[in-house]
Design a protein around this ligand. Structure first.
Ligand SMILES: [Zn+2]
Length: 378
């Protein structure tokens, strides 16, 4: 019998215009002073300014969150006596906001709770309530219970993970994608596609995540390329926002695979958009997994799911070729363009083997297979 558990925010509200619900939601929470965490761009932050009886303390992070940024944001939330956090932006802003909110309600050092670079202790209690509003369609961070935070000293990205990191409310408003630069649309969209594909073939996939992944893939397959090439219409915004949201629910509840297993060390060692790294790796990972399953695990349900990708993504054609062509059409270069060299491959393979995402991969890949993946992705 199948058993599975679902973790998700208490409420997810989806639809064009729902970002206006942030004010009433904060008032309902009893919030009087809110920390607004945004990324480099504070696009759409007017949604939260000017709400009656609510003062806003703004905190912008200049890039992907680091340990120092999260500590600084937590100190600000505490000294300003904020009673709620709104995380508005792409995955970086949302991950930072979730981590700041969780820590602001707990004692102890951030490193006490960090995986890999810290002590990985469980967070003792809930933090400040966090409301998340994504302005990109990619990470699905608004519905996941971890924050990816980098340690520039250790040159690694690691997670702060706890059920207390789940926002109390995710407001997913496709209209917030309006005005997104096309390069960001491309990399974030390909990240969402990677989440959907990897969770669909994951050994931990379940009936819930499989259904969501299928629906997400159909929507992203029909809308990402036209949105990049032509126009980000209202219908395409909705498709991409749903695909991203479903990708987040899938990854949080069924794990990922080798693409994200490699993306963790790559993101720590080279400065590159996460989605570009994933897109560069995706075709070679699919090829390696299909070959390994065909050789060593012919009865695996993941292998038949790989066959289903042909219909879901490529109108019955070759899904690996389709993925590779999409990444090229969206201007995603190979890993060598990011500065990865053939000499780096052995270290990358070593680090990827211990990454948490690797545990969801449909089959354990040999060192030789992992090496081939990076070589083919250069
Ligand atoms: Zn990702």
């Amino acid at each position: 019998m199948a058993t599975f558990e679902l973790a998700a925010p208490s409420r997810i509200v989806f639809g064009a215009g729902v970002s206006t619900q942030v004010g009433p939601a904060l008032i309902a929470l009893g919030a009087k002073r809110v920390l607004l965490v945004t990324g480099q761009s504070s696009r759409h932050s007017e949604a939260i300014h000017g709400i009656a009886n609510l003062s806003v303390v703004a905190y912008a992070i200049p890039g992907e969150p680091t340990l120092a940024m999260v500590n600084e944001g937590r100190a600000l939330a505490v000294s300003e006596q904020c009673d709620a956090v709104v995380a508005l932006g792409g995955g970086s802003a949302i991950d930072a906001g979730k981590a700041i909110a969780a820590l602001a309600g707990n004692q102890g050092d951030l490193l006490d709770y960090m995986e890999i670079v810290g002590k990985a202790q469980p967070l003792p209690r809930p933090g400040l309530p966090c409301i998340a509003l994504p302005t990109t369609a990619g990470t699905g961070a608004e519905v996941t219970k971890n924050s990816v935070i980098s340690s520039p000293e250790a040159k690694v990205k690691a997670s702060l993970r706890s059920p207390y990191l789940l926002p109390v409310l995710a407001l997913v408003d496709p209209d917030l994608l309006d005005g997104l630069p096309s390069s960001v649309l491309a990399t974030t969209g390909l990240d969402a596609l990677s989440h959907l594909i990897e969770s669909f073939v994951s050994i931990r996939a379940n009936a819930f995540t499989l259904a969501l992944a299928k629906e997400g893939m159909v929507r992203i397959a029909r809308s990402l390329h036209p949105a990049f090439d032509q126009r980000l219409t209202a219908e395409r915004r909705e498709d991409l926002a749903i695909a991203s949201l479903f990708g987040g629910l899938c990854l949080a509840n069924s794990g990922l695979g080798a693409v994200h297993g490699f993306a963790a060390p790559l993101g720590g060692m080279w400065k590159a958009p996460h989605g570009a790294v994933c897109a560069a790796l995706l075709p070679a990972v699919m090829r390696a997994n299909i070959a390994a399953l065909a050789k060593r695990s012919l009865q695996s349900p993941s292998l038949s799911r790989y066959r289903e990708l042909s219909d879901l993504l490529a109108h019955g054609g070759d899904s690996v070729a389709w993925t590779s062509a999409l990444a090229k059409a969206l201007g995603i270069p190979g890993l060598s363009a990011l500065g990865v060299r053939a000499d780096d491959v052995p270290l990358l393979v070593e680090k990827a083997k211990t990454a948490s995402s690797m545990r969801g991969n449909p089959i354990v890949l040999t060192d030789e297979e992992l090496t081939t993946i990076v070589r083919e992705s250069l």
